[in-house]
Ligand binder design. Structure first.
Ligand code: DX5
Ligand code: ZN
Length: 216
């Protein structure tokens, strides 16, 4: 599986049939599955922890864990053990960002750095040699189903200008058929989509439609 293309966010899935929903989008071509972890501190809601990552073990996709939690360095080992392939931490969530990213790699995962819409891209420069992924939040983190922030493409371009060419940029929040194209044009290559996939009657078809739009 490759770190590329549409990454369905299970936050919008039906947890009563989590595994079959995930298998459906993977069969439709998704090679990345996005898992939104929220702790009730960094963002108000509480969502899921390592046991949900573990529940997806063996799925033929990259398990992309987005940690919207304070001091993520304290939890990385548990998520790595549960089977996370990508561990993405927020620049705003720890004073020990360089350490956290290095630890993610030491644990055998790919290291991702996420930036909220209001955060300047500078942390990318200081941690560039430790990055396997940069995540541009295109909404303020915390909830699925929010509206895409229209100034995001310019931010993606600024991030791309600072990053080594081989570090993919992922976008997350409000990504749908109307917004995925501008994200791709700005330089994003990984597209998280929650409501635009699992909120649709046919999630597999939604993955195929988004994939086609991103390639236009
Ligand atoms: C928001 C999460 C997103 C969310 C996206 O805090 O990080 O991954 O699931 O949901 P949609 O695609 O519905 O905006
Ligand atoms: Zn996310």
């Amino acid at each position: 599986a490759r770190l590329k293309g549409v990454a369905p966010s299970i936050l919008a899935s039906d947890f009563g049939k989590l595994r079959s929903q995930v298998e459906e989008v993977v069969a439709a071509g998704a090679s990345v599955v996005h898992i939104d972890v929220m702790d009730g501190h960094f963002v108000p809601p509480i969502t899921m922890g390592p046991i949900v990552v573990d529940a997806l073990k063996g799925v033929d996709a990259i398990l992309d864990v987005h940690l919207m939690i304070e001091r993520p360095e304290r939890q990385l080992a548990d998520f790595a053990k549960a089977g996370a392939d990508v561990l993405t931490v927020h620049a705003e969530a720890t004073p020990q960002l360089h350490y956290a990213l290095g630890l993610a790699r030491e644990l055998g995962a790919l290291a991702g750095l996420a930036l909220c819409p209001g955060t300047p891209p500078d942390p990318l420069v200081e941690t560039a040699e430790l990055l396997d992924l940069a995540l541009a939040m295109t909404v303020n983190p915390g909830w699925g189903g929010q509206k895409f922030i229209t100034t995001s493409p310019a931010k993606i371009e600024r991030m791309a200008a600072l990053l080594p060419a081989d570090v993919p940029i992922e976008v997350d929040g409000g990504v749908d058929l109307d917004t995925i194209g501008v994200c791709a044009a700005a330089g994003a290559t990984v597209f998280v989509a929650g409501s635009a996939v699992f909120g649709k009657p046919d999630p597999g078809e939604a993955v195929r439609a988004l994939t086609a739009k991103a390639q236009e």
